[in-house]
Design a binder for this molecule. Structure first.
Ligand code: BEZ
Length: 211
């Protein structure tokens, strides 16, 4: 059974490079990103882990904890961390789950047997403070992820969790947003004091709410 948006993110206990973790306890009331890598000592994964380590302060600024997973054991992760530092200049500054028995990989459906029956694909789960899954992404092993895009999506998720808005194509922090279709014009005038422009009756645009 695949994990779908709105499902509770399954809890698990696992060994990581930062010691044993119980997922829900570790996450607490923060947001979290759980993401998988196919394999240690592989080229794309090495670049991804360095990229994410460099962006960790940006995730922290958004109250998002980051945790990775690879099907190799934790002692291999520790050895691989040396290579990641050599190549990218970044210290592995978030926990990386060792999952040689594929317990977490199977729980989250991270192995797609028709792509590869041994390695995980590049899965991403963004989990909200309520432990519900807010976003899933699946990339093949051959394509590295764009972690700036992940931050952009998290900005949208956090904004739309707080206000009755949606974000348009290619939206970035600070740009105009869309008034949620379920909000009436009268209600929109009350909720968005800076007003809105109706490009169509169903497409009303307002400055990004703040505060
Ligand atoms: C990589 O990270 O480069 C990779 C891992 C598994 C299969 C193909 C590429």
């Amino acid at each position: 059974m695949s994990i779908r948006l709105g499902d509770e993110a399954p809890d698990f206990a696992a060994d990581t490079t930062q010691g044993p973790v119980r997922f829900h306890e570790w996450k607490g009331s923060s947001w979290a990103v759980l993401f998988s890598h196919p394999k240690d000592f592989t080229p794309v994964c090495t670049t991804e882990l360095g990229a994410l380590a460099a962006l960790k302060p940006e995730f922290e600024r958004r109250n998002v904890k980051v945790i990775g997973l690879s099907v190799d054991p934790v002692d291999a992760h520790h050895r691989w961390a040396g290579d990641i530092a050599d190549v990218t200049g970044q210290r592995l500054n978030f926990p990386l789950i060792g999952d040689p028995e594929r317990r977490v990989s199977d729980l989250y459906g991270m192995i797609h047997p028709n792509a590869n029956d041994t390695f995980t694909v590049r899965s991403v789960f963004v989990v909200g403070p309520d432990n519900k899954v807010k976003l899933t992404l699946t990339y093949p092993a051959s394509t590295g992820r764009n972690f700036e895009e992940l931050l952009r999506v998290i900005d949208s998720l956090q904004l739309t969790a707080r206000y009755s808005v949606a974000t348009p194509a290619d939206w970035k922090q600070g740009e105009d947003v869309i008034v949620a279709p379920a909000v009436s014009d009268d209600d929109a005038r009350a909720r968005f004091p800076r007003g809105f422009v109706a490009k169509k009756p169903y497409l009303r645009v307002t400055p990004q709410p703040t505060g």
